[in-house]
Write a protein that binds this ligand. Structure first.
Ligand SMILES: *Cc1c(COP(=O)(O)O)cnc(C)c1O
Length: 381
């Protein structure tokens, strides 16, 4: 069976975890490896502050607290996304206003955002789907004119850029995921990047259960106490050590994924040229990280048949997301603004192909051959 995903492992992860256990003897958060990871993001991505978290979900929850989201506020987001993008704001009492996506990138359609703004709107949450950036210039301009926060869900976008700026460093807050299905991993984990220095101190407090413990460790206060709301958002050193090994050689993972993505793209282009399938679009000014390779079939029926054909050939291909606005909770906590022209239709056509660090070229070619075979069988190509 060709797996859909295999968590990345570049070599030193075991060694660093061993160091945490045997040498550092500090397993809880904010030790040597957490600090190294944070410094790495701050330096490499040129951003004032990075704080590792237990997940991207938690990074988004921190962002919602930092943006002072309250009951009755509205937050604009795409419906074609993972639940955590919006759950973080619903937990603060916000209502989600879903906006349609663009069919070419599957990202929120920046042209539709402004019309969805009301006097209750507090934030826009762009999701960089498949590690391909949303139109950030336009989104930042809207946010500035309407005095809104921008919280980037860059779970899939670590190492991707928009006009040379790293995703996650453009909005007020950027949220990363290091779940095992993402490009860089620590099993479960994430990070929040903070652009405005005024938010840093409060972020440290929220992340440390609402206490000023971080200041205490730096010797800035002589005892720590409860000063704000918060939770336990800091990960263990064991997880951070795993991640750090991958951050030491980011290109190893990035180049390998881009290589596989390129093979898929150039081969499957032939089917696209015949009008049989559609391939992902990466705008000129965006550099992506090959987080995902997907194709779009004609319709839901063809997609179901393709996934089952691949499964019969020991290939695990998957689809996502069921649009949030049509889910049970989505109806309760959100509303769709405007017309759902693409969200539902495009999501029903999309299939994700196996793509992970170290996926062998023979396997990639085998998968491609099976896709051609599928369309030949149906007399389509
Ligand atoms: C994976 C993912 C998340 C959640 O990440 P966790 O680290 O598992 O909490 C959020 N948003 C998007 C778009 C994702 O792909």
């Amino acid at each position: 069976m060709i797996s859909f995903n295999v968590p990345p492992y570049v070599g030193k992860e075991q060694f660093y975890i061993n160091e945490v256990i045997m040498k550092n003897q500090k397993l809880s958060g904010d030790g040597e490896f957490t600090k190294k990871c944070n410094k790495w993001f701050e330096k490499r991505f040129d951003t004032p502050k990075s704080l590792l978290t237990t997940s991207c979900t938690h990074a988004l929850e921190m962002a919602a607290i930092l943006a002072n989201i309250e009951a009755g506020d509205e937050v604009i987001a795409p419906s074609f996304t993972f639940v955590s993008t919006v759950n973080a704001f619903v937990l603060r009492g916000a209502k989600i206003v879903f906006v349609d996506i663009r069919p070419d990138t599957m990202n929120i359609n920046e042209e539709l955002i402004e019309d969805a703004i009301t006097e209750k709107t507090k934030a826009i949450v762009p999701v960089h789907y498949a590690g391909v950036s949303c139109e950030m210039d336009k989104i930042m301009d809207i946010a500035k004119r309407h005095n809104l926060y921008v919280i980037e869900d860059a779970a899939q976008g670590v190492m991707s850029t928009y006009k040379n700026a790293y995703l996650g460093t453009i909005g007020d807050f950027g949220c990363y995921s290091f779940h095992e299905t993402k490009n860089y991993t620590m099993g479960e984990g994430g990070a929040i990047l903070i652009q405005n220095k005024d938010n840093i101190e409060r972020a440290e407090i929220i992340r440390e259960k609402g206490t000023d413990r971080s200041k205490f460790f730096r010797g800035q206060v002589d005892k720590y106490s409860w000063v704000d709301i918060g939770s336990s958002f800091l990960p263990s050193e064991l997880n951070a050590a795993y991640l750090y090994a991958q951050l030491e050689e980011p290109e190893t993972i990035n180049n390998n994924r881009l290589h596989t993505w390129g093979i898929y793209y150039s081969e499957l282009k032939k089917l696209e040229e015949k009008g049989i399938i559609q391939l992902p679009h990466v705008p000129q000014h965006c550099k992506h990280n090959a987080h995902m390779f997907y194709i779009k079939c004609k319709d839901l029926k063809e997609r179901t048949e393709l996934i089952s054909y691949l499964k019969d050939n020991n290939i695990l291909a998957v689809f996502h997301y069921v649009p949030l606005h049509s889910s049970e909770a989505g109806k309760r906590y959100g509303r769709f603004h405007g017309v759902d022209e693409y969200t539902t239709n495009e999501s029903e056509r999309l299939v994700r192909l196996p793509l992970y660090y170290g996926l062998e070229e023979e396997k990639t070619k085998f998968i491609i051959n099976k896709i051609f075979e599928f369309y030949n069988t149906f007399g389509l190509s």
